[in-house]
Write a protein that binds this ligand. Structure first.
Ligand SMILES: *Cc1c(COP(=O)(O)O)cnc(C)c1O
Length: 223
């Protein structure tokens, strides 16, 4: 529907600003990543027409379908990869995405560095931390995060932040606080945390990037 996505975007941005203000932070320090996975083209077009320029996708192939053609028409577009990255998709990911948020293992670091070398440019990276220590979830374990961040830095990966996806059935705040501690003690400025259901909590706990899909675009079709 005309204007629906624009209204939703306004509403989410307003809620981010209010949460930031309540926490004594500036709204300008929080970036809304509009998560466009699973969304129809017309809603994405509406968001672009509303002037929003930062988007997240969790699959490389779907992201190519959504964004490769649109990219040249939108010079200020900023695309974040927020889903698990397989090593055989690294080249395509680095070619399309501006920021890789899901760096979580040394083998991926090797492949990323090779791909950065090939395009002659590195991409800012976030380290994904599996704060809930869930076996099925990607991310480095919290107790291995410091060592892995050091490994990435030593190898020359531009690490700009930390990212987490708390367990679906737990209160998110302790996970956000843990990620904040890991970022702080490692001198990382970026904190990517908070989704549709908990982005205000994340902003209260220092998020610099919130990843919001459903609240911006409406419900996704099931996979
Ligand atoms: C899908 C997804 C989101 C957005 O989820 P919503 O609940 O729709 O806001 C955020 N982060 C990641 C990693 C995702 O895969």
């Amino acid at each position: 529907m005309d204007g629906e996505v624009a209204n939703r975007l306004d509403s989410v941005l307003g809620r981010i600003a209010a949460a930031a203000e309540a926490a004594g932070r500036s709204a300008a320090d929080v970036t809304l990543i509009a998560v466009s996975k699973g969304q129809p083209e017309d809603r994405i077009t509406d968001a672009l027409n509303a002037g929003h320029s930062v988007y997240g996708e969790n699959r490389v192939q779907e992201a190519q379908a959504h964004w490769q053609a649109a990219r040249p028409r939108h010079a200020d577009l900023e695309l974040h990869l927020i889903g698990p990255l397989q090593t055989n998709k690294v080249r395509d990911a680095v070619a399309l995405f501006d920021v890789i948020q899901t760096v979580d293992r040394p083998k991926l670091v090797d492949h990323l560095l090779r791909a950065f070398g090939q395009i002659g440019e590195a991409r800012p990276c976030f380290i994904q931390v599996n704060t809930g220590e869930e076996p099925q979830k990607a991310g480095v374990l919290p107790e291995q995060a410091d060592q892995f961040i050091e490994h990435c830095r030593t190898r020359g990966v531009p690490v700009v932040g930390a990212m987490c996806i708390p367990p679906a059935n737990e209160a998110p705040a302790p996970h956000f606080a843990l990620l904040g501690e890991i970022a702080r003690r490692n001198g990382l400025a970026g904190l990517s945390m908070g989704m549709s259901h908990d982005f205000e909590t994340a902003v209260a706990l220092g998020a610099t990037h919130v990843r919001v899909g459903t609240e911006v675009f409406g419900e996704r079709a099931p996979r």
